[in-house]
Design a protein around this ligand. Structure first.
Ligand SMILES: Nc1ncnc2c1ncn2[C@@H]1O[C@H](COP(=O)(O)OP(=O)(O)O)[C@@H](O)[C@H]1O
Ligand SMILES: [Mg+2]
Length: 328
């Protein structure tokens, strides 16, 4: 179980004085700017959950993952993972977690993949038989077999990510922390990674915390999403619930055979206006689509129209901008 309580992380950045006199001053006084990367986040994750950890760039996702995996010390608040304090109990903690940082490799750049794996086996002291079984299983699922003799630097990004995932799981941890594992992957490679992660979670009960800014990862994989923005928790719950809560909204795009009507019913919000085109938002609870269309066609002949639910990306972007609306 993962327990995060009022977690805070400040980065201190040294401010340097410039020029000759500045360099002298740097010797006697160093000033710091403080960046608050994580600002009081709390959540709990139960064994076997698959949680999406979502937020725009700079939200604090990587920082949180680094604290959870013991790479960084929190400034304030507490973190425990299966009763261990990640940084203090690093050695024990590392045995039970797998980690993948999408933008960094944990494999040795110039070595063939298979040698990296052997090194990892020794680092984690995995018994030989266990290691062989696990390696065979992972190589098959991730189709890593044909890559084993290739040096890591020669792998494509998609191939490397498959090798990284296998590497992270060689010691059969019960928890997996992933930081943007699908970043930069093409559609096919993404799908391979997602299918694999879904199966690990479903069949082995591996707990997964997946940091991503790609909502389609979350839609595909995560029953639960934790949304953060500027270091603070904005939402914790199912992605679907957000859609239900906002999904009440509809978008209507209309092309007219002439000038678009100048006025609109009160409950309708104008999104875009062209000379002969309108994009409108409305709530079916306030005005039905039939009524709205009738109202418009009374004023101008309609050439074409479409009705949409807002895409999930836009819903979430809106939450970043304005925060969550109160429950209805
Ligand atoms: N090593 C660092 N030193 C100073 N500031 C940092 C460092 N790492 C991250 N930050 C800052 O902390 C904030 C959160 O960054 P990060 O955790 O990487 O967010 P995310 O992974 O969601 O993009 C950002 O404002 C970022 O610029
Ligand atoms: Mg990041």
């Amino acid at each position: 179980m993962i327990e995060v309580v009022a977690l805070r992380k400040d980065y201190r950045i040294a401010v340097h004085h410039r020029g000759f006199w500045g360099a002298l001053r740097n010797l006697v006084e160093t000033r710091y700017n403080v960046v608050r990367a994580v600002d009081g986040i709390s959540f709990t994750i139960e064994p076997g959950e698959f949680v999406g950890f979502v937020g725009p760039n700079g939200a604090g996702k990587s920082t949180t993952i680094k604290i959870l995996t013991g790479v960084l010390e929190p400034t304030d608040g507490s973190v425990t993972v299966n009763g261990l304090v990640p940084r203090r109990d690093r050695i024990e903690h590392t045995r039970d977690i797998g980690v993948v940082f999408g933008q960094r490799t944990q494999l040795w750049w110039d070595l063939p993949v298979t040698e990296s794996y052997d090194l990892l086996r020794h680092i984690y002291s995995v018994p030989e038989a266990e290691y062989r079984a696990q390696r065979e299983r992972l190589c098959e699922l991730l189709e890593v077999g044909p890559l084993l003799d290739t040096p890591v630097r020669k792998l494509s990004l998609g191939q490397r990510m498959r090798c990284e995932l296998a590497a992270a799981l060689l010691h059969a941890p019960t928890m997996l922390f992933l930081d943007e594992p699908t970043i930069g992957l093409d559609v096919v490679a993404k799908e391979t990674v997602r299918t694999f992660l879904a199966a690990e979670n479903r069949e082995r009960g591996t707990t997964v915390l997946l940091a991503t800014h790609d909502l389609s990862d979350v839609e595909r994989l995560c029953p639960r999403m934790i949304l953060i923005d500027r270091g603070a928790l904005v939402y914790d719950g199912p992605l679907e619930a957000i859609r239900r809560r906002f999904g009440a909204e509809r978008e209507l795009r209309v092309d007219f055979e002439g000038a678009a009507p100048a006025e609109l019913p009160d409950s309708v919000e104008e999104q875009e206006r062209g000379p002969e085109r309108l994009v409108l938002r409305f709530r079916p609870g306030e005005i039905s689509s039939a009524k709205l269309i009738a109202w418009l066609s009374d004023r101008q002949t309609i050439a074409d129209l479409e009705i949409h639910e807002p895409p999930i990306e836009r819903i979430v972007a809106e939450i970043y901008r304005r925060g969550l609306p109160p429950p209805e």
